[in-house]
Design a protein around this ligand. Structure first.
Ligand SMILES: NC(=O)c1ccc[n+]([C@@H]2O[C@H](COP(=O)([O-])OP(=O)(O)OC[C@H]3O[C@@H](n4cnc5c(N)ncnc54)[C@H](O)[C@@H]3O)[C@@H](O)[C@H]2O)c1
Length: 307
């Protein structure tokens, strides 16, 4: 069975490709390599069909969609700060790119369409924590707005066609291959700083909480969603809140090092708390995260050290 992964050369997309290959799928990926890397694909590149190009290019997407049964739409402009500086660019990739993917998928009558959205960005400053999928979309950044809009286009297409879909809303994903030089991905950023003997910069008091999910647990759930589309949204997290201070404590234990911690002023727009209710994924698919935070940090530390 041919499956298409957009953004397959990125952090999450590359793990998804690897998982799909291990399950016997024929995997095609489309990526413009704007943030994706060839090195993310080193271990399994020969088994992939790689199309270099943008999801906003109609002819590229049309070619990529040939004989595809499941579409995993992972590609995105995924930086909040870029979205604030250049909302038109963000909207072009995240909204127009998603519309292009959807139109082509409907034209080719694919069996299933998975849209990777974002839990933290779409719910914004949620009233209910852990936040269930029924909570309102209240984004507080252009990135969250474009993701919410992408979700609404998916829902719209399903209303006017036979499209079967799932919307996956990940929490804070971490693990090997996450870029430690990005603005997000605190686990990767901190472990890389520890490796280089540099101090850890915490924005604010370090009591902000997030829901950290190991990337392999996420891709397990994404594949389940692709195989069993039920036309609804699905949170992907752990249901547990972890503060930045607690992360640092775990990193001290895992690495055996004692990095200096510097508190910088809080970043405006950062939510105080974020955590996802994962009852739905558990009820529908029996899915639950298998990799505990300490183990996931160990695996990420091993990767950072060998990089
Ligand atoms: N990392 C997280 O914690 C997290 C959390 C929630 C949601 N997400 C979502 O997961 C998805 C993957 O994020 P990631 O962390 O792996 O980021 P990433 O930057 O590593 O991956 C994004 C991929 O999309 C590709 N891409 C970007 N624009 C493209 C375009 N126009 N055409 C084709 N390819 C394009 C990039 O080259 C890259 O390979 C994104 O949709 C992101 O919004 C990530």
């Amino acid at each position: 069975m041919v499956v298409l992964v957009t953004g397959g050369a990125g952090f999450i997309g590359s793990h998804l490709c690897e998982k799909l290959l291990s399950e016997g799928y024929q995997v095609r990926l489309v990526d413009d390599f704007s943030t994706g890397k060839e090195s993310n694909l080193t271990l399994f590149k020969e088994d992939l069909e790689i199309i270099k190009g943008s999801i906003i290019d109609k002819s590229i997407v049309k070619t990529a969609m040939k004989d595809v049964e499941i579409v995993f739409h992972v590609a995105a402009q995924a930086s909040v700060s870029i979205s604030v500086k250049d909302p038109m660019y963000d909207a072009t990739i995240n909204i127009l790119g998603t519309i292009n993917m959807l139109e082509s998928a409907v034209e080719k009558d694919v069996d299933s369409f998975v849209f990777v959205s974002s839990g933290g960005a779409v719910y914004g400053n949620a009233q209910v924590i852990p936040t269930p999928e029924s909570s309102p979309r209240e984004p507080v950044s252009p990135y969250g707005t474009s993701k919410a809009c992408g979700e609404m286009y998916v829902e719209y297409q399903a209303r006017v066609s036979d499209l079967k879909y799932m919307i996956v809303r990940p929490g804070n994903i971490y693990g090997p291959r996450q870029d430690p030089f990005g603005e997000a991905g605190v686990i990767s950023i901190f472990l890389d700083a520890i490796k280089r003997g540099e101090p850890l910069h915490i924005f604010g008091d370090g009591k902000n909480t997030r829901d950290y999910l190991y990337v392999r647990d996420l891709v397990d759930l994404i594949v389940l969603c692709g195989e069993n589309p039920q036309n609804q949204a699905m949170n992907a997290g752990t249901g547990k809140e972890t503060s930045v201070l607690h992360l640092v404590e775990i990193m001290r234990e895992v690495t055996g090092k004692n990095p200096q911690v510097i508190h910088d002023p809080p970043r405006s727009g950062d939510a105080r708390r974020s955590c996802l209710d994962i009852t739905r994924a558990n009820r529908l698919f029996g899915w639950y995260p298998k990799i505990e935070l300490q183990r996931g940090i160990q695996l990420t530390w091993q990767w950072i050290q060998n990089k």
